[in-house]
Each structure stands twice: as C-alpha cells, then as structure tokens.
Ligand binder design. Structure first.
Ligand code: NAD
Ligand code: TYD
Length: 360
C-alpha cells in the first residue's frame, strides 16, 4: 500500500492511473493506493473515472494539512511510502494570491511531515528502513537561467523568484530537514514543466490547445522568448516510480527531458499540428490567433534541467521526445473535448458531486 497526496490533479492523476495500470520493471505488481486530495479547483475526480469500482484505489477527500486525518489514514492502511504531489501549482495564481501557496505548500507539507514522522518512528526496524517519503518538486526552485548558463544540476543554489517557487523551495527545505534531523527516509524530485493528458487549461499548453479550438486569442506573455524544458507527464511518472524504488535516501533527483523550447516555438508547434489534425473551418492557420499580452511579473527567463544524475544512477530516461509527446497530447485533447468542456465550464464540480458525493 502507498499513500499518494494530490492524486486528483494533473500529474497525480496520471501517476495513479499509470501505477495501477502497468506492471512494468519498476512496479511489477502494483500495490493498492490511498489517494488523499483536497479537491481544490485543480482536483478533478473525472480524471480517475476509469477507476470507479476498482478496490485498489481508495479516494479520501481531505487535506495534507489535517494531521488527525493523515494520522488516522497512516495507522489504518500502514503504507510503505508516501508520495506528495499535493500543492498549489500555478505561478500566475501565486502572483495574484500567494496566501494559499504558503498554506498548502509550506504549512501543509509541514503538517504532512509531522504526521508521517510520528507514524514512521513507531514502525518496526525493518519497515522503518524500507519506508520512503517522496516529495515531488519543481525546477523553478533554482530560479532563472541566462541564455548560456549550464542547465540546473542538483547542486545549484536555490534562488526561487515567484511566490509559487518560493513556497516549493520552503517545502523542499522542510523535507531535507526532516531527513537530516529525524532520519526520515526522504527522496525529492525536481522536475521541469510537464505536459500531457488531464492538464488544467490554465497552463500554457492546454490553454493554447483549448483557446485555438474555441477560436479565442492565444496569449503570449512579453516577447514569447522565455524558455521552458518540457517533459511528457508519463515520463515524469516513470521517473517518480524509479526514484521511489531505487533512489538513495536523502538525495534529490532532477527530472527533465532535454527539451528546451521558447514559448513562441511551442505555440507555433501546437498551431501547426492543429492545422493538420483539426483545420480551422475558414482554412486560416491557428497562428493567426496569437496575441501578445503584458508580461508576467518577475517572469523567469529560462529553465533547463540537467538530468544526468537520474540517468546515471537509476538508468531512467524519458520515452517521449517533445515531437512525439506533443502530438499524443493534442490527439488526447481532440478526443476528450468533453473533459475540457467540463473543466472550463465548471461542470466537473457537479460531476464529482453526482458520482462521488463530494462537493468541494
Ligand atoms: P495540480 O495543481 O494539477 O494538482 C494539485 C492537486 O493537489 C490537486 O488535485 C489539488 O486538489 C490537490 N491539493 C491542493 N491542496 C491540497 C491539500 N492541502 N491537500 C491535499 N490535496 C491538495 O498540480 P500538478 O501540476 O499535478 O503538480 C503536482 C505536483 O508536481 C506539485 O507539487 C507541483 O509543484 C509539482 N510539479 C509540477 C510540474 C508541472 O509542470 N505541472 C512540474 C514539476 C513539479
Ligand atoms: P505555465 O504553463 O504557467 O508554467 P510555468 O510558469 O510554471 O513555467 O507557463 C509556461 C510558460 O508560458 C511561461 O513562460 C509563461 C508562458 N505563458 C504564456 O506566454 N501565456 C499563457 O497564457 C500562459 C498560461 C503561460
């Protein structure tokens, strides 16, 4: 049994689906999992509709900040690992309202660590040795790179620039301290920008796909020359499984796909593939919808991940290139117009209430 937090969000739901779907080298016999999620606007149980009735998926509606609830879940289910995805994750929202980021990412992670520490301390010595707390973090904690700087290595200084990245950096420090001080067997992954199925259409890639198909403007912040390093979400999930099974306790692992792209190139690629797969009714190219808008405050110029350590130590490599992953992603969005419609209209909240009786 493992406990996953934030498993109704974008990466968490992909992780849950992949974990239960695939016997592979890393998880030959997938264990059941408890999925603890507060169902904020970003949590969507429709992502997990395929698991309805599957006894291996135990969904619990609640917060990582609820120490009594987490303590009860740990005592009842005795997991061998906790994987912490739960977070507020959108930089723009953190600029407009940082408070939730402090509460969830810092205070919430602290409460989760407290509950896990007291559970772990009472385990017998064999289970104590094998227990893992895996914290899912971001490359944004390292700050922003200049054009010719080398990619982020695990040894880079933390220099977070947004309330989001500062709150994630703080949570990474707490996780590190719980290992150093109490001996909690922790692992941390710092991953670059993900894309793929079930991505909330507030982030660049799903937003552009959705707006293009809806005939709306495709907003480019500033000059569109900011660089992100893109990784297909399922490759991130396989990296997390690999780190969980073989990562060295107390270590951090950078995860990335060696796919640095300026935002404008990403948007042009999305437009070109959409022109091919779902041409506009008027025959015009989707790139006509590109609109330059005011830049994000404090916008980080470039992120790039050096993923050598995870490749060298754990033999992990991404399966998808940007070209294969982005095509799969667009195809998924074209085949799941109803999912996007429910998310953008807010209908997914009623869907969850009807199907799960949870009205967050
Ligand atoms: P997301 O916003 O899509 O999902 C977050 C999930 O956490 C939601 O289901 C939400 O309901 C849940 N949640 C929020 N507060 C909670 C709380 N207090 N208790 C329990 N659940 C709570 O985020 P995501 O993109 O899936 O990111 C998951 C994790 O991966 C985050 O920690 C994020 O920092 C990290 N990360 C994301 C990316 C990316 O590109 N999306 C890249 C690197 C790392
Ligand atoms: P985003 O998907 O929000 O991820 P992050 O800020 O965590 O990297 O944004 C990716 C990049 O795209 C970032 O440089 C901001 C830019 N961007 C736009 O230009 N337009 C948009 O509408 C959005 C949402 C993002």
């Amino acid at each position: 049994m493992i406990l996953v937090t934030g498993g109704a969000g974008f990466i968490g739901s992909n992780f849950v689906l992949d974990w239960l779907a695939q016997p592979d080298d890393a998880t030959p016999n997938p264990e059941p999992l408890i999925n603890l999620d507060a169902l904020t606007y970003a949590g969507n149980l429709e992502n997990l509709a395929g698991l309805k009735g599957d006894a291996r998926h135990i969904f619990v509606h609640g917060s990582i900040g609820d120490v009594d609830l987490v303590t009860r879940l740990l005592a009842e289910h005795q997991p061998r690992a906790v994987i912490n995805f739960a977070a507020e994750s959108h930089v723009d929202r953190s600029i407009h309202g940082p408070e939730d980021f402090i509460q969830t990412n810092i205070v919430g992670t602290f409460h989760l660590l407290e509950a896990v520490r007291s559970y772990w301390q009472d385990l017998d010595s064999e289970r104590k040795d094998h227990f893992r707390f895996l914290h899912v973090s971001t490359d944004e904690v390292y700050g922003s790179l200049a054009k010719d700087d080398p990619a982020f290595a695990e040894t880079n200084r933390y220099e977070p620039n947004s309330p989001y990245s500062a709150s994630k950096a703080a949570s990474d420090h707490l996780v590190r301290a719980y290992h150093h001080t109490y001996g909690l067997p922790v692992l941390t992954t710092n991953c670059s920008n993900n894309y793929g199925p079930y991505h909330f259409p507030e982030k660049l890639i799903p937003l552009v796909i959705h707006n293009a198909l809806a005939g709306k403007p495709l907003p480019i912040y500033g000059d569109g020359q900011q660089i992100r390093d893109w990784l297909y979400v399922k490759d991130h999930c396989s990296a997390i499984r690999r780190v969980l099974e073989a990562g060295r306790v107390g270590e951090t692992y950078n995860v990335g796909g060696w796919n640095e792209k300026p935002n404008l190139d990403v948007v042009h690629t999305l437009c070109a593939i959409l022109d091919e797969l779902q041409p506009r009714a008027d025959g015009r190219p989707y790139k006509d919808q590109i609109t330059y808008v005011t830049d994000r405050l404090g916008h980080d110029r470039r992120y790039a991940i050096n993923a050598s350590k995870i490749e060298r130590e754990l033999g992990w490599k991404p399966v998808e290139t940007f070209e294969t992953g982005i095509r799969k992603t667009i195809q998924w969005y074209l085949e799941h117009r109803g999912w996007v419609q429910n998310v953008t209209s807010g209908a997914y909240r009623q869907w969850m209430d009807k199907n799960y009786g949870v009205n967050a």
